[in-house]
Design a protein around this ligand. Structure first.
Ligand SMILES: Nc1ncnc2c1ncn2[C@@H]1O[C@H](COP(=O)(O)OP(=O)(O)OP(=O)(O)O)[C@@H](O)[C@H]1O
Length: 274
């Protein structure tokens, strides 16, 4: 399906689901930006327009879920992060503090530096200035990639589990349990044969394996169908209630009333959130 047709259908479906014009305009603009930048097919990136619109509508105006544990000690502190690529400054003096039991959202336009910032927090990308403190173990879910083409899901669980000190059998069991929470029963297919959405489920399961203290999730729900998208947010609330610190890069601003901290990188590539 061509981008314009899919986007027009999304606009109609958002209206049909009662999403207000401001939010609908924003969601469509973000989706268009993503499709343009990624070159992905709309159906692969977001699924059918009606299911994507329904997922957006489902989460609009939903009650903020009651916190069952108070925020704990600082788990992640990024202070005055600056990053340049060549002459271009992508991040300038960006700070974020996330405590145990908090969810932080990193938002901003395409290219505003969200993935770069998360990569710096994860220790995968070097900053030009500033510092990152991480207290505890870390799970990271990339926006794409991150899986090994020729390995099955169970082999991924065993491999990542080994890196986190989880014995093979326990890691495979833990992986299968987390997959079930996303409505996925991993079989023996190699990762290269999985759909884009299922590969993202695998990435998300790997991020949570071994119960890390800090979860860094880079738009992990791309390609998820509506049910899985909602399962994903429920998993985030469970992590929060279990005292984890969760950072989610997201373009869905309608979730922001449900998070504890928002870091907006759209305003001139600098931001502070504590
Ligand atoms: N390794 C790199 N070398 C040079 N430029 C880069 C590199 N990685 C990212 N960039 C540039 O830095 C800017 C920020 O990229 P980044 O992926 O962090 O943005 P983003 O906000 O996550 O975008 P999106 O919403 O599209 O995922 C972009 O202009 C990108 O082209």
């Amino acid at each position: 399906m061509r981008h314009e047709i899919w986007l027009a259908a999304l606009t109609d479906e958002l209206r049909r689901h009662g999403v207000g014009p401001d939010l609908a305009g924003h969601v469509v603009a973000e989706a268009a930006g993503h499709l343009r930048d990624s070159g992905e097919a709309p159906l692969r990136a977001f699924g059918p327009p009606d299911t994507y619109a329904a997922a957006v509508a489902d989460s609009v105006g939903g009650p903020a879920l009651a916190r069952s544990v108070p925020a704990g000690p600082v788990r992640l502190r990024a202070v005055d992060i600056t990053k340049r690529y060549g002459r271009r400054t992508v991040l300038s003096g960006v700070s974020l503090t996330v405590h145990a039991g908090q969810v932080a959202a990193v938002v901003g336009a395409n290219g505003s530096g969200k993935s770069t910032f998360l990569g710096i927090c994860a220790g995968l990308v070097g900053a030009d200035a500033g510092r990152v403190e991480l207290h505890g173990t870390v799970g990271y879910c990339p926006q794409a990639g991150g899986t090994a083409d020729f390995l099955q899901a169970g082999e991924h669980f065993a491999l990542i589990g080994a890196g986190r000190g989880v014995p093979r059998e326990a890691a495979v069991r833990d992986g299968a349990r987390r997959a079930a929470a996303l409505d996925w029963a991993p079989g023996d297919a190699q990762a290269r044969h999985l759909s884009g959405g299922t590969r993202q489920k695998l990435n998300l399961v790997l991020a949570g394996l071994g119960d890390p203290d800090v979860l860094l999730l880079d738009e992990p729900y791309q390609g998820f169908d509506r049910g899985t998208y909602l399962d994903f947010w429920h998993e985030v609330w469970r992590w929060r209630d279990a005292g984890r610190a969760v950072v989610v890069v997201t373009h869905l601003l309608n979730q922001l009333d449900r998070v504890d901290v928002v870091l907006d990188l759209s305003a001139g590539s600098s931001g502070v959130a504590a």
